[in-house]
Design a protein around this ligand. Structure first.
Ligand code: ZN
Length: 258
């Protein structure tokens, strides 16, 4: 975490709060709730809730999650996954759809060569099946947030950003178009409402940056779910905060490199 970044953004932020006429670029706090695994019902529900507050959801899907060949790595990815008809439909509605691996393999447990093939296969599938997808603008979300410097470096030679386990979940707000490693935190396997509440409140009380929390399904679906009621209440409260932007990860990077 770079302290200088925070000081700089917090100075801009106080002007923004005081004058109220600064553009979105000067907001001091950015929050991304980054939803993984591509659960069909949950992802539609999440999109509906975001839309109700005028927001775009950050949805990350497993490239082969809808195929018969897909085998869940554990009991947390058993609810029905959507397919690319669903993902294209949600993308048309303005939501962000990004890759969450080819088949949810933990790439740190296989050879580097095989892991690279896996990353390539995932990105190729997205290019062929998700309308308007561009690898160079993509955020690649590692399964289990498990990665190594070699894997990150390889993915970053292709995509705009990787999302993986961070020492901190608060990242500096990017100011260049250079490929970037984004740290995130997640919480499970039980309901994560209270944990999200604590993370968000601590973040909002701080000087700023870009908080990325990795979530999954809603209600009882997936690892560390949050309730749809909580998500709705949270967004309802957060959209009123002037110094905060709630954005999908790719959108943050796009805005910050313009
Ligand atoms: Zn996952």
């Amino acid at each position: 975490m770079k302290r200088r970044t925070f000081i700089k953004t917090s100075i801009l932020g106080s002007f923004a709060i005081g004058l109220g006429n600064f553009s979105k670029k000067e907001k001091t706090h950015i929050l991304t709730l980054s939803f993984d695994d591509g659960f069909k019902d949950s992802f539609y529900k999440t999109a509906d809730i975001y839309e109700a507050h005028g927001l775009k959801a950050c949805l990350n899907v497993i490239a082969s999650g809808h195929l018969r060949s897909f085998q869940s790595p554990d009991k947390f990815i058993t609810a029905e996954r959507g397919d690319f008809n669903d993902w294209n439909a949600l993308k048309r509605r303005g939501h962000e759809i990004m890759p969450h691996t080819w088949d949810h393999t933990n790439l740190t447990l296989i050879s580097l060569e095989k892991a690279k093939e896996d990353i390539d296969k995932c990105l190729r599938y997205f290019e062929e099946n998700l309308n308007g997808f561009k690898t160079s603008d993509a955020v690649y979300n590692f399964a289990f947030n498990a990665s190594t410097p070699e894997l990150e470096q390889y993915a970053l030679s292709k995509v705009r950003a990787v999302r993986t386990q961070g020492d901190y979940a608060i990242n500096p707000i990017p100011s260049t178009s250079k490929p970037v490693r984004l740290g995130c935190w997640s919480h499970g396997p039980d309901n994560a409402d209270k944990w999200v509440e604590i993370q968000v409140n601590e973040f909002l009380a701080g000087t700023g940056g870009w908080l990325i929390l990795n979530l999954h399904g809603l209600d009882k679906v997936g690892w560390g779910p949050i309730t749809s009621q909580y998500l709705n209440d949270l967004l309802k409260r957060l959209v009123k905060i002037e110094y905060l932007d709630i954005l999908p990860a790719g959108e943050v990077l796009k805005r910050r490199s313009e």
